[in-house]
Design a protein around this ligand. Sequence first.
Ligand code: MLC
Ligand code: AMP
Length: 506
Amino acid sequence: MNTPVNANLYALFAAHFPADREACCMETRDGLYYSWNDVERASAKIANLLLSLGLPPGSRIAVQVEKSPEALLLYLATLRAGYVYLPLNTAYRADEIAYFIGDAEPAVVVCAPQNFGWVAQIAFKADTGHVFTLSDQRSGTLLDRAVHQPDKCEIAARRADDLAAILYTSGTTGRSKGAMLSHDNLASNAKVLQQAWHWQPGDVLLHALPLFHVHGLFVASHGALLNGSKMIFLPKFDGAEVVRQLPRSTVFMGVPTYYVRLLAEPAFDRDCCANMRLFVSGSAPLLLDTFDAFIVRTGHTILERYGMSETTMLVSNPYEGARVGGSVGLPLPGVSVRVVNERGQACGVDEIGGIQVKGPNVFKGYWRMPEKTAEEFTGDGYFVTGDVGKFDAVGYLSIVGRSKDLIISGGYNVYPKEIESVLDEMAGVAESAVIGVPHPDFGEAVVAVVVGKSGARLSAEAMIADLKQKIANFKVPKRIVFVDELPRNTMGKVQKKVLRERYAKE
Ligand code: MLC
Ligand code: AMP
């Protein structure tokens, strides 16, 4: 009789830990060293703590903490105990956190110690049973409690389709939706990327991305974990620090802003990249200028790939073969990607249409939103990405725009509708339109165009200060301009294209 295979993602990683368990898994800038044995033991202790709480199956563990090796251990422990990980951007403010906690109803919330007061208030109001703290300095109640737990823990048996994580991603309606990802969604993508990007023995990942989105948590960490590779763990992206660590690394992943900032570092040159094997870019469009300048400066060609929370990675430039600037490359093995016109027919070569995807990487749906989920899938099971693109004659995909009203600033998504709703509620504001304009550092910057109520005396500075209290800082408009009226088409719809053109150069 065949023994059933445990599809728990942690089991996949554990099966690939290196034979030498005392080898380094994570190293921090301050010289802390976490061996694979440490990862096994510490994640067991945290998993045992979670299990000791007697949570029902499928419980969500919501986490809003600064980046640290312990934050990654908490993620691994959640997988190991069989619960569902729900990471939250550290920039989110009280109203945003209240929405996520209210919607996801996590059984456990883990927050930064300095936020315990307000986060706990929100969590207990939403009937969350347990609130722990975790700092980026190896302290907090989570570790205080976990330290007394046994350092061995069986990996919970999970089926391929069982949920591993929920990632909140904003929708066109302004409110975030929780993308439900299964163990197999994540495992299949990790395996495909290991092959596609030729992860190899001796690789060292320089990890500078945040741990609460697909790019840093899944693409980067999973790659290293599945390959048994060491990670040099930086608390955040810092150009000078990356330049210092590159000679000891072989793989680096970042959003385009990281590459723009690296190119602005005078010490960033061929020498410091001599040990590097691979630079990966994604989460936002990489400008051709950056792609070209990178080759000239370092001799390396950035490998650009395309993904999203609902699908993890779906298209990538090849490791061997032409990496084409301005293109995101070829569909990954096992992933079916098509471009279709408004009538739902497949587009021809170079014909622009909506990008749709199907494959083992595609999520299980939006948390408690069956209707919204159904709307986003075609009759034959393709997920409608909301991105617009075209295939060239040799099958390379280029993204040329988005049908969803989305701004991507420094790799973070900003949904105009959400910001407009907050602006429209401010005293003296009649209406607003939020747009993205080209920005040399962030790729796109958020700009708000506001119409005041008659007689209202509005101040952009005061409004920005107010917004900083209400929404995550990366969503706050870099600029607010006041106009008498918004341009509208004959249907009365605000013409954002006109506004984008008007403010693009300012
Ligand atoms: C910070 N700020 C931003 C910003 N990040 N403004 C616009 N866009 C951003 N992304 C602002 C802050 O509000 C603050 O403003 C000021 O910059 C300094 O803040 P900071 O925290 O010190 O900034 P910094 O450390 O420089 O951060 C910039 C960054 C960071 C680019 C390093 O945003 C980052 O790491 N981005 C990566 C995002 C990411 O991981 N995306 C992957 C998503 S997954 P003020 O006014 O208060 O001074 C995904 C799927 C896929 O999309 O395909 O991968
Ligand atoms: P998120 O919802 O945060 O997962 O963001 C996913 C979105 O980021 C995608 O739908 C794309 O619009 C965008 N994106 C990701 N990678 C790229 C890329 N390489 N080029 C252009 N856009 C990208």
